[in-house]
Design a protein around this ligand. Structure first.
Ligand code: GLN
Length: 491
């Protein structure tokens, strides 16, 4: 096996046993990126200091004895990719937008600080839909990332760059962010594992905000175990994020994988609403086959109902634009990035023109659409009818999960209604694009953790395309969710 095909677990074992050095590991990735990134466009930027960091890690490895080496943190020397809406001090952070084209982060996101503390190596920043709005990465202001399984298809989105980088062996694992499915849906399209953690369990400090009441950073990896290692490294309270868990509560501090024995006795709820007309027939077959195998392994399969499912997408598309319109007000041409005040080409002559021209030029169509929608839903005359109503429905959706998860251990369904689609297929039709997240948005509205794991393949035009299945669990029960996912991964 080539070094760039290893999992975190194997690479970390190999480093400890001195089978290879961090520099060799990192060089392998840099070589793979050189060969394949011009085709996949997974990375927006590859860091030229990655090899220097690797050499520093090797120097440190050189001076520790065997016993100390075995005690190193699991991510020591592990090359990772980071979605380009997460800040790394001194590095560009574009959020896939022209408005932040030359913006350099002045501090590390909390998750980055935690990864640095473990000694992880950052290879670069990955492409995304502008400000994480989209389901295909086609909304990036820079380039369209390709799906390694079929270059004529999208990798999903908005964390499409991270998904493509992991699936294409251009990093060992990556961080993504998920507001309505942006970790899970691209994981499904690219045949990898993606976890959206419980809202509040991972700090959002240093994540460029899209919709603050839903955004979560999470791991994208080649196996459930790797996702668990990465999750373990980034989770926990943070004084910089008032919505992050207050302190390392016992439950979270002692977080561990709970792997059930052969799924025996695990109660799996299958929401009937997730298997309706919108679901592709081949995807349905793949998911049903896995459910059958789980049942043979001793799982208890129960049909359940999430009665407000049909309102999840409409609710999401009121709450999200509302929060976007507020969050993106800070990009005014004064405080961050691109400014019409200093641009010869945009030549603003008044303060109003600085605002208007910076935003008109800096934002893409989808971002503008959502800012306008959100401004409307929050405006005095419509606030009660739209925003307040959506918050009430959000509560009902959360209650659906509460009821269902009182009677089951996890809820299982497809991650996405279809396999990866072709470039341009939905790009001109926002409503069609929004439907790609029909099964993922509810977990964000409810705040529960949800994971996508590879379930099998379907064939399209002679090519095998991955299909993911989604498992959702109870708030803060990542240990159990990941354990069941790991058991399901190998059946
Ligand atoms: N595709 C969804 C959207 O466009 C989800 C995005 C996300 O999770 N960041 O809003």
């Amino acid at each position: 096996m080539k070094l760039n095909e290893l999992t975190i677990k194997d690479a970390s074992g190999g480093l400890r046993q001195k089978k290879f050095s961090v520099s060799e590991l990192v060089s392998n990735f840099l070589q793979a990126i050189k060969e394949k990134n011009s085709e996949l466009h997974a990375y927006l930027e590859v860091f030229d200091d990655a090899l220097d960091e690797a050499k520093k890690a090797d120097e440190m490895l050189g001076v520790v004895n065997h016993e100390e080496r075995m005690k190193l943190p699991p991510l020591f020397g592990i090359p990772l990719a980071i979605k380009d809406n997460i800040l790394i001090e001194g590095k560009k952070c574009t959020a896939g937008s022209k408005i932040l084209e030359n913006y350099i982060a002045s501090y590390d996101a909390t998750v980055i600080r935690k990864l640095k503390k473990q000694g992880a190596i950052f290879l670069g920043k990955t492409n995304l839909d502008e400000f994480a709005m989209g389901s295909s990465t086609e909304n990036s202001a820079y380039v369209s990332t390709k799906n390694p399984y079929d270059l004529s298809r999208v990798p999903g989105g908005s964390s499409g760059g991270s998904a493509s980088a992991v699936a294409g062996n251009l990093c060992i694992a990556a961080l993504g962010s998920d507001t309505g499915g942006s970790i899970r849906q691209p994981a499904s399209f690219c045949g990898i594992v993606g976890l959206k953690p419980t809202y509040g369990i991972v700090s959002r400090h240093g994540l460029i905000a899209m919709a603050s009441s839903l955004d979560q950073i999470g791991p994208m990896a080649k196996s459930v175990e790797d996702a668990a290692i990465l999750f373990d490294a980034i989770k926990g309270g943070d004084e910089f994020d008032s919505t992050a868990v207050k302190k390392e509560s016992l439950e979270i501090g002692n977080w561990k994988l709970e792997i059930p024995e052969r799924l025996k006795g695990v109660r799996i709820g299958i929401p009937k609403e997730y298997f309706g007309a919108g679901l592709d027939a081949d995807v349905k077959k793949v998911i049903e086959a896995v459910i059958g195998k789980m049942e043979s392994s001793g799982a208890i399969i129960k049909e359940i109902s999430l009665p407000h499912s049909e309102y999840a997408l409409p609710t999401y598309y009121i709450v999200v634009p509302s929060e976007i319109s507020a969050n993106l007000a800070r990009f005014d041409g004064i405080r961050y990035g691109l400014s019409a005040a200093t641009s010869y080409q945009l030549s603003a002559t008044s303060l109003y023109e600085v605002y208007a021209k910076s935003r008109a030029y800096g934002f893409g169509a989808e971002v503008k659409r959502r800012i306008m929608l959100g401004t409307y839903t929050l405006s005095a005359g419509y606030y009660d009818a739209y925003y307040v109503k959506a918050q009430k429905v959000r509560r009902l959706i959360r209650q659906d999960f509460e009821h269902a998860l009182n009677a089951t251990d996890v809820i299982l369904g497809p991650t996405a209604p279809t396999p990866a689609f072709c470039f341009g297929e939905k790009a001109d039709n926002p409503l069609q694009m929004y439907l790609a997240d029909i099964y993922t948005v509810a977990a964000n509205l409810a705040g529960v953790p949800a994971i996508s794991i590879p379930a099998g393949f379907v064939e399209r035009e002679g090519k095998k395309l991955p299909v993911g299945l989604q498992l959702a669990g109870k708030w803060f029960e990542e240990g159990k969710l990941l354990g069941i996912a790991k058991a399901a991964e190998i059946i």
